[in-house]
Design a protein around this ligand. Sequence first.
Ligand code: BGC
Length: 431
Amino acid sequence: MKFTLKKDLLLGTATAATQIEGGDESNNWARFAREGRVIDGSSPTRACDHYNRWREDIDLMAEMGMQIYRFGIEWSRIEPIHGYFDEEVLEHYREEIEYMIEKGIKPLLTLHHFSNPLWFEDLGGWTSPESVDIFINFASEVIDYLGDIVDEYITINEPNVYCLNGYFYGIWPPEQKSIFAYSKALSNMASAHVKCYQLIHNKRAEMEKSREETRVSFANHLRVFSPKNYHNLWHRFSARFMEHMFQGAITDAMMTGKCVFPVMRRGGMERGRYYDFIGINYYSRSTVSGISDGVAEGCDRNDLGWEIYHDGLIDLANLLSMEFGDEYPIYVTENGTCDNNDSFRSRFIYDQLKLISELDNRIERYYHWSFTDNFEWREGESARFGIVHIDYETQKRTVKDSGKFYSDIIKNQGVTDEAYKTFVEPSKYHK
Ligand code: BGC
């Protein structure tokens, strides 16, 4: 064996509704695509047609041995008109969840993953003072319907990435460019998370589910911010500043209700603890030399130019355990890479799981991003993150070598010498 998986570590994959389902015209990303804003001209209305092919996808997941699955539901399908909830859609999700449970796959349900119904977007989206109550009303309906079969929840995915791109850089819907809009949206999301955390626990208690089996948190996108030149004070200050503005403040607010600019206190945000596990989405490191993002010179990169830096995940996991309590399990709610030809993904998986397994940390779950190739937001279909290849024209699914490798790791609970030879040796990073 090259290494054995860390004891009690469960492996699976993660997806998001808008990125895989197809068919829904009434969310903000479908409109963004209609307006020609997606770089390669594709649209989430095609994606992987998972809304129709979910059974086939879950079967494949089960065949590959997946133990856990993080997935989302599409708000605009469930509540196509403000205040009207479509039971058929809720029933559709219920059927899918029951099926995965039957197949032995434990669900982790994401309530919000970057997409909003158009009516919500047009009311002002996450900058609107009403956004929190509207979202909580939606969440409440979902928990009433699905709460008895789902134990584990992500309230909101990556509020920092969503708000930064949508409200500060203006490159995602709703294309606003203002620090005030960023701050407002971020604050509303923090408040929505805190309220949603309480809502889920209250509702599950009414369903006579124990507090321990109900696990709620959010998926926090964390990066490592390193000064380009450690001896340069400006670089060091910028790294700290970027870290705070992008992830430090929102982490504190969502987890404990502590509000520091850019997060502003909203009603109901008492100091407390609003997590049952620590959720980390980890992809890369930023090398900072000013108030901007950068990539270290000469490093290994993925096909979107992001640095491949595996140590960062372990460092962040340990930092969060120290800060928020090492009694809480850590779920790597996303980790993966854009590798359009599947030429280095196996090595990526090997390197990351080896570190998780061999170093000290509280990681209990690893959700690889992603199961199939999918609609990668502004990049569209052209950026491939899946361990299963999608031919978008025919919708044919083909397990990639990295998928075979991942499946082999689960089966053998580690990396055998043979698997290393077959999958990892030929797999090489590029600069
Ligand atoms: C998001 C995913 C996305 C992935 C790769 C994360 O920021 O949650 O939706 O596809 O990164 O870019």
